[in-house]
Design a protein around this ligand. Structure first.
Ligand SMILES: Nc1nc2c(c(=O)[nH]1)N[C@H]1C(S)=C(S)[C@@H](COP(=O)(O)O)O[C@H]1N2
Ligand SMILES: [Mo]
Length: 219
């Protein structure tokens, strides 16, 4: 026992054998894609269309954005005025509550932080409600709306956003389920009190964090 070196002990030999055999390996690799996919989601390469079933007829020429409520400087922009603001490009993943996710979407538009700089929310503003041309609404806490990679997008993959995906302009809030990303954006209302939107009053979670699986109210 005393002259048995550590490299020649029974335990060392056993562990060397395990290493040769690959013992305890599950065969599962830790892939970045797995860590990117929130629980209960599956990956899709195409881009499904989900909405209330009505594509409102809003061309870039007729589109207007109204920003009002608890703000110092209400904003009323035509598309040309909107497009004249500082533009950003963000790449982000989509996570829909119906369980599909789509990676690496390239958006271009106005960062919500730029909009906040323009409209200057009041000290006591805590929430926003997005109003869309199809009558859809959704609510967000101001800090979620203000996320670093959230934007009012007019382009996807270098092309104008299609009618079915919410053109001329939709919101994109990548860190929440996609129902928070209002298509055919018409108005942004700043509020001191929360006001649940279309899905939020129909059993869906008020915040909708895909990493916490906040799908339904009560989750
Ligand atoms: N104006 C409007 N925005 C909307 C919706 C809608 O019905 N109307 N549906 C939401 C839902 S439930 C999802 S999953 C996404 C779908 O966006 P997509 O059709 O571009 O994939 O839009 C969200 N934004
Ligand atoms: Mo959805």
């Amino acid at each position: 026992m005393a002259d048995e070196t550590p490299s020649d002990s029974k335990l060392t030999r056993t562990k060397e054998k395990w290493a040769r055999e690959g013992r305890f390996l599950t065969g599962k690799l830790t892939r970045p894609e797995d860590q990117r996919l929130p629980p209960g989601q599956h990956l899709t390469k195409d881009w499904p269309v989900l909405d209330l079933g009505v594509v409102p007829p809003v061309s870039r020429g007729r589109w207007r954005l109204d920003v009002y409520g608890a703000v110092e400087k209400p904003v009323f922009w035509t598309f040309a005025e909107f497009a004249a603001q500082k533009q950003d490009r963000f790449t982000s993943d989509i996570h829909c509550v119906t369980t599909w996710s789509r990676y690496d979407n390239e958006w271009e538009g106005l960062a919500t932080r730029e909009l906040l700089a323009a409209c200057q929310p009041h000290e006591d503003a805590r929430f926003v409600v997005l109003h869309s041309y199809d009558g859809y609404t959704t609510n967000l806490a101001l800090e979620d709306f203000a996320a670093e990679d959230a934007l009012l997008a007019h382009s996807w993959s270098g092309q104008p956003l299609s009618d079915e995906h919410g053109g001329p302009v939709r919101l994109v809030v990548p860190h929440l389920y996609f129902w928070k990303s209002a298509k055919w954006l018409q108005a942004i209302e700043f509020l001191t009190e929360d006001a649940p939107g279309f899905w939020e009053v129909r059993g869906y979670h008020n915040r909708g964090d895909p990493w916490a699986e906040q799908r339904y109210s009560g989750d």
